[in-house]
Design a binder for this molecule. Structure first.
Ligand SMILES: Cc1ncc(COP(=O)(O)O)c(C=O)c1O
Length: 389
């Protein structure tokens, strides 16, 4: 009989993709996965088509096309004033997902601890386990999801190797303030800990909140490992493109991992990514304006159908309580009930909380990267199901 290796016993299947499967069976509206249902920009699509037609269909250099690394270096210089050397400090990966796993495999020894800020995106804890590390948790709590600095301080010890920091934050929508980031970076600096950032939603914040790149505040950039990607901001989740910026020493380790994991990211899409990074500032301003409307629409429709949403400051998710539904059970059984009764799929909060499981059992995550029509339909279904319950 097949017996899986012990490191996998610590990792369950993704609850998000599990819910997606059940949602498909019931033909439910999918507010579960962070998968945009609006098209990639025409210029960016054309650039991918052109790259394929020009026969850019073979492996690229392992760490990524020089043009793309240069475009990323320009992007972070213009936006954050950070100077990175595309030759030695940038690696193109298959999404932030691979970037995080590669960063953990490059940094973490057996016995090392990695601090994960929960609620946490699903891939961080498996990444720590893949690297034979031990996750330790610091909990963000509603309504503000602010950083509990004391808790962070008391979680750090001599075995702490890294902190994973996602801002703007999935699933809470918290955008870490300058003060919170400074506190994390100073603590990390004092204890010699790496800060691995996940800034995949960097352009997606709702004023007056603004994304502050941790690199603009770090006392020492060499203790940062910065990840970002194209999936969300350019609506290209299927292209599997991300990047990691790190010091030359850390980059060399990440490139070794990346080489044996995937060889390289998809070449034609790397060409198209150069075009994506060259889109004008108006692209991002429009993205934020559209998502602000969707956020407000989602908050309204949830409030009218028995939810208690916490409006996000960034990214395109929110967490909501569901006490008015008087559901006898946890968030996992509640999401299954919603699929059956309202034909709407969301994700149980328990998918994101590891330590404060009581909190996760009382929340659901709603993804609003959907057209207004889909959001309105979902709102209608939820309202009806709530009133008929
Ligand atoms: C915070 C965060 N990081 C990473 C990812 C995955 O990114 P990618 O598609 O680049 O692998 C997601 C996707 O939902 C996410 O929300």
């Amino acid at each position: 009989m097949f017996k899986s290796p012990s490191r996998l016993h610590l990792i369950g299947p993704s609850q998000i993709r599990e819910n997606m499967r059940i949602a498909l069976e019931h033909q439910a509206i999918n507010l579960a996965q962070g998968r945009p249902d609006f098209p990639t920009s025409p210029a960016v699509k054309q650039a991918a088509i052109d790259a394929i037609n020009h026969d850019h269909n073979q492996y690229s250099v392992t760490w990524g096309l020089a043009e793309l690394r240069e475009a990323i270096a320009r992007h972070v210089k213009e936006r954050h004033g950070l100077t990175v050397d595309p030759e030695t400090e940038i690696t193109i990966t298959c999404g932030v997902t691979e970037a995080i796993v590669a960063a953990m495999l490059a940094l973490v020894e057996v016995g090392d601890e990695v601090i994960v800020i929960e609620p946490a995106h699903e891939n961080y804890v498996p990444a720590v386990y893949f690297a034979s590390g031990t996750p330790r948790f610091v909990t963000l709590r509603p309504p503000g999801y602010a950083l509990p600095l004391d808790e962070l301080q008391s979680t750090i010890n001599q075995r702490t190797r890294a902190i994973i920091l996602n801002t703007p934050h999935n699933p809470s929508g918290h955008v870490f303030t300058k003060e919170e980031l400074l506190a994390i970076l100073n603590l990390a600096d004092r204890h010699g800990i790496y800060v691995v950032t996940d800034e995949i939603y960097d352009h997606l914040y709702y004023e007056p909140s603004r994304h502050v790149a941790p690199s603009t505040l770090a006392p020492n950039w060499t203790s940062l490992v910065i990840t970002g990607g194209l999936s969300k901001i350019y609506a290209a989740t299927g292209w599997r493109l991300g990047y990691v910026l790190a010091s030359p020493e850390v980059t060399a380790a990440i490139r070794t991992v990346h080489d044996y994991l995937t060889i390289c990211a998809p070449t034609p899409f790397q060409y198209a990514a150069v075009t994506a990074l060259g889109l004008p500032e108006t692209y991002y301003a429009e993205l934020r304006a559209v998502f602000l409307q969707r956020r407000d629409l989602t908050v309204r429709m949830l409030t009218q159908s028995g939810f208690e949403p916490y409006p996000p400051q960034g990214a395109y998710y929110l967490l909501a309580g569901f006490a008015p539904w008087e559901h006898q059970g946890d968030s996992s059984s509640f999401t299954k009930r919603l699929i059956a009764e309202a034909k709407v799929a969301v994700v149980p909060g328990s998918a994101f909380y590891y330590q404060a499981t009581d909190l996760g059992s009382r929340l659901v995550r709603v993804a609003f990267a959907k057209t207004d029509q889909v959001l309105q339909e979902a709102g209608e279904n939820l309202r009806m199901a709530f009133h008929q319950r």
